[in-house]
Design a binder for this molecule. Structure first.
Ligand code: HEM
Length: 452
């Protein structure tokens, strides 16, 4: 029998304080390296390797595979398998492939059974919500040949060109108000471009994903923090998009949340502007204090962010200081806007399950958990531009991250049908309600039970 509200509150608080297990999933040990060091993607992957029982190989469910000879052949690109060596890739494997042929290919690389239970609460039962939906989506996509993805490409390319033009105008202009105008346009274009690029980062290697680095952040890091962590373990203790912001911003409910964290919806305005630059600095300085970082994690595309000031200088010939100041303003304002869009998009609302809340099931279906951990915004989902630039169609995007955002709306009727069949807890909201929800969520200290 489920514990009453008071007993859940007490149990959850004890688990949260002891930090030995997850609060919502006590069968899992507290993630190694979660609360120490840089809280960056490399550390997250190292901690996961310690906990996953993959024995230096790749784990899928309870089997270990040696994919060394497959890495270069992987149609989705080498990077995914290179990054995840030594970890459990079950969630990534299940959610990134619709075509059942991948399971046959995987069999060829089987080595042995894993010795420990999986370090994840999620299940993928053949007749469960996610696998059923996946099979139906695969059939639906085969029927529906209309390819709208060109529109997403156009939106992304348009934002990139607008960023180049407006940043140059911001340097060219002499009039104070014109400078302010073009700088604002440029910052908005940068923030929206970075969100739009995220559509491409989830997929096989492609040139548009590199545009993400115009922010000074790294798409490679984002592949870990967003694609492999946030998307696969949404709102759990393994979600790096939550732990990386701690202890300044604490989205998971905790009884002992300090006042500064409860006021996170205000303090976030002070540090969101610097996250793009800080992310660049973290990667750059890691070269000097992390063994092997230069060879294993630093790449030529880490320098792409400097193309924007170089472009501004080449086309306008403005003095160095003017270029530097204008560019830094654009990057910092872009960072603020990007993060404000992100934290108000789907997950940070009291109705979305977080670690600490009582789960309906301690071993939930992965897809059902995704639906439970977010709210879709109906006013954003109606238009492709807002979907692409404001993280719209969030539920379907989480469930099928490799599909272009333009395709998702066609899958909605089928998605709702399967949600109803499996009683998945799909909810919608509006952008305004999400902003209010984010404020409440930063202040939330109580643990929700399944009845409230
Ligand atoms: C970390 C785990 C993995 C990730 C994140 C990943 C990611 C991806 C991505 C993004 C694509 C491109 C999908 C598309 O454009 O539609 C892809 C395709 C593919 N991957 Fe993986 N992959 C992973 C592991 C594996 C494994 C273990 C295998 C098999 C041994 C595999 C086999 C394939 C195949 C065959 C395709 C082409 C599928 C098709 O075209 O229908 N992947 N993968």
């Amino acid at each position: 029998m489920a514990p009453s509200e008071t007993s859940w509150d007490r149990i959850a608080h004890t688990r949260a304080t002891q930090k030995k297990t997850h609060v919502s999933f006590p069968q899992l040990k507290y993630p190694s390296l979660r609360d120490s060091g840089l809280r960056d993607p490399v550390q997250w992957l190292s901690g996961k390797a310690l906990d996953d029982g993959a024995e230096g190989l790749w784990r899928v469910h309870d089997k270990l595979y040696d994919l060394t000879s497959f890495v270069e052949k992987h149609p989705g690109g080498e990077e995914w398998l290179e990054l995840t060596k030594g970890t459990d890739i079950t969630e990534a494997f299940e959610s990134h492939h619709l075509n059942p042929i991948v399971e046959k290919i995987l069999c060829k690389y089987y080595v042995r059974e894993a010795k420990t239970p999986r370090n994840s609460p999620f299940t993928f039962k053949e007749d469960g919500f996610y696998k059923t939906l996946k099979k139906e989506v695969y059939q639906e996509l085969k029927k529906n040949q209309k390819d709208d993805s060109k529109k997403t490409n156009l939106i992304t390319d348009g934002l990139f060109i607008s960023l180049l033009c407006s940043s140059a105008f911001a340097c060219w202009s002499q009039n104070y108000w014109l400078i302010q105008f073009w700088y604002t346009v440029s910052s908005i274009c940068l923030a929206l471009l970075i969100v739009a690029c995220h559509n491409f980062i989830h997929r096989k290697t492609n040139w548009r994903m590199f545009l993400f680095n115009m922010s000074m952040w790294s798409y490679r890091d984002f592949r870990v923090s967003h694609v492999l962590s946030h998307h696969l373990y949404t709102n759990t203790l393994m979600d790096l998009e939550i732990s990386a912001l701690e202890p300044i911003l604490l989205f998971n409910p905790r009884k002992d949340k300090p006042l500064y964290a409860r006021l996170g919806f205000i303090t976030e305005f002070c540090f969101f502007p610097f996250i793009f630059i800080i992310s660049f600095a973290k990667r750059f300085f890691s070269i000097f204090f992390r063994e092997g970082f230069l060879k294993n994690h630093y790449r030529w595309h880490d320098l792409l962010g400097f193309l924007l000031p170089l472009w501004m200088w080449l086309v306008t010939g403005s003095p160095f200081t003017k270029i530097l100041v204008t560019w830094l303003w654009i990057v910092c304002t872009g960072s603020l806007l990007f993060y404000l869009i992100g934290v108000n998009a789907a997950h940070h609302h009291p109705d979305a399950i977080k670690d600490g809340d009582q789960p309906r099931d301690e071993t939930p279906d992965w897809g059902a958990h995704q639906v439970e951990a977010l709210l879709d915004r109906k006013d954003i989902n109606g238009n492709l531009f807002t979907v692409v630039t404001l993280f719209g169609e969030h539920a379907l995007h989480h469930l099928f991250p490799t599909l272009d955002h333009a395709v998702l709306k066609n899958l909605h009727p089928l998605f709702i049908e399967v949600c109803e069949k499996y009683k998945a807890n799909y909810r919608t909201s509006t952008q305004f309600q999400m902003v209010i929800g984010q404020i409440k969520e930063t202040m939330r200290t109580h643990f929700k039970t399944i009845d409230n």
